[in-house]
Design a protein around this ligand. Structure first.
Ligand code: XBP
Ligand code: MG
Length: 237
């Protein structure tokens, strides 16, 4: 019996990655780096979850054989870049540049009405979640979600299942009672590894990903009701 929904954030609750990409590029320019992540490159880099991990991965790709030496300040530079990026992203969200995807708010409200428990399991930073949901749902957004697990509480990023395992554990629920809602292959892999049936709502950054392991794939949550979720969940093997 479906008792809980666990939402991913980036790409699922909202199409956030264009704003993230712009924020990364602003931070690189601020640091005086000539790095520019265009959409094609960023689509590839999204295979690496986590902004800091993504920067390190890119940096290493530009300097093959690069090794981190103790005290070389690599981590500090990445932390500074990511801090500036997060501030820029938060500003974009506060300026209304990022909206929830169609059907998301209606489903959250309907699910709460139907007595489903709601949670968030994301690899993004807590600042980003708060900015997005405060803008979209108001200052009491946190009251809708019993559990929020993010980059600050689950440092091992998707496709590792840590964030979902911790979410289930804190919810005190078995994966069989829950449904994950995701947008990407990494997210699907993480949710499945935690034993979760997963609904996928792809976006233009993830439409080319393989979603064979998904319970169901829909273009977005527009018109998706709690009854749909309950029926799809009941049909899972
Ligand atoms: C998507 C991510 C995040 C964002 C950038 O998270 O992998 O890294 O791209 O946000 P989700 P940060 O699990 O919500 O799809 O820079 O804060 O990591
Ligand atoms: Mg996502």
């Amino acid at each position: 019996m479906l008792q809980a929904l666990i939402f991913d954030v980036d790409g699922t609750l909202a199409d956030t990655e264009s704003a993230h990409r712009a924020a990364f590029n602003l931070a690189f320019a601020e640091e005086g780096l000539d790095w520019v992540w265009d959409e094609a490159l960023y689509t590839e880099l999204l295979n690496v979850s986590g902004g800091k991990e993504r920067i390190l991965h890119y940096w290493k790709s530009t300097r093959p054989g690069m090794v981190e030496l103790a005290g070389d300040g690599l981590r500090d530079t990445i932390a500074r870049l990511h801090e500036h990026k997060t501030a820029a992203y938060e500003g974009m969200v506060n300026d209304g540049q990022v909206e929830l995807r169609p059907g998301v708010l209606d489903l959250i409200m309907a699910a709460q009405q139907a007595g489903l428990a709601l949670a968030i399991a994301t690899t993004t930073s807590p600042v980003n979640i708060a900015a997005l949901l405060r803008k979209a749902m108001g200052t009491d957004w946190r009251s809708y979600f019993g559990v929020v697990e993010d980059a600050s509480t689950a440092p091992v990023k998707k496709p590792h299942p840590q964030v979902y395992l911790q979410t289930l554990q804190r919810m005190g629920r078995d994966a069989s009672q829950c449904l994950a809602i995701e947008d990407s292959a990494n997210g699907l892999q993480a949710a499945c590894a935690a034993g979760l049936a997963t609904l996928i709502t792809p976006n233009r950054f993830t439409a080319h990903h393989s979603f064979d392991a998904a319970l169901h794939v829909v273009p977005d949550l527009q018109g998706v009701t709690v009854a749909h979720l309950q029926a799809w969940h009941a049909d899972r093997v």
